[in-house]
Design a protein around this ligand. Structure first.
Ligand code: SF4
Ligand code: SF4
Ligand code: SF4
Length: 176
């Protein structure tokens, strides 16, 4: 029943779609892994929450228009693909493909820039993607593009809120 109501209010209401697209342009949402490109995802997803409910890590939640968003503040995506399997509306690509182009980016508010020793992000990263080259008395973290999966495990643990996940151009990823 809920799926039918959601479909009726979301998929077939052009004004609602336009509003959603406008919001997406202003502040891109982090979608679940393997989600279609944003315009196609907005068209395909009916906001049924099947992927949200299927996620064992509880890192997905309903965003604008009830469309699912990935929130790394909640934890780490393990790329289990249960969200993909749960979707009955073709809003995802095959889980055999690259899940997304997200990678961690560290802003200048990182404590090390204020000469405060910290390595919480390195400790949280299971991919050993954050390194601290010894170039100064207080080493500054660097994300290795060839290792970062965009899982988000480093985000919540940063005491400075310095880490965000951002899309890396595919051309750049092809080189790593
Ligand atoms: S791949 Fe798994 S952990 Fe990641 S968002 Fe989907 S269900 Fe959650
Ligand atoms: S956890 Fe945050 S503040 Fe600490 S080193 Fe990493 S990015 Fe910097
Ligand atoms: S997003 Fe995941 S893989 Fe990338 S640096 Fe953070 S913890 Fe490591």
């Amino acid at each position: 029943m809920f799926r039918m109501v959601a479909a009726a209010t979301c998929r077939h209401d052009p004004r609602r779609r336009a509003l959603l697209r406008g919001r997406v342009r202003a502040e891109p949402a982090l979608r679940p892994p393997w989600a279609l490109e944003e315009p196609a995802f907005v068209d395909a997803c009916i906001g049924c929450q099947a992927c949200v409910e299927a996620c064992p890590e509880a890192v997905l939640s309903p965003g604008a228009g009830q469309l699912p968003v990935f929130d790394p503040a909640r934890g780490e995506c393990t790329f289990c693909a249960r969200c993909v399997d749960a979707c009955r509306d073709s809003a995802f690509r095959p889980a055999t493909e690259r899940p997304w182009t997200l990678q961690a980016h560290i802003a200048d508010r990182c404590l090390t820039h204020a000469r405060i020793v910290c390595a919480s992000c390195r400790d949280a990263c299971g991919e050993a993607a954050i390194r601290f080259p010894v170039t100064s008395a207080v080493p500054v973290p660097v994300v290795a593009a060839d290792r970062c999966t965009g899982c988000g495990a480093c985000v919540a643990g940063c005491p400075a809120g310095a880490i965000t996940l951002q899309s890396t151009p595919l051309e750049a990823l092809a080189d790593v």
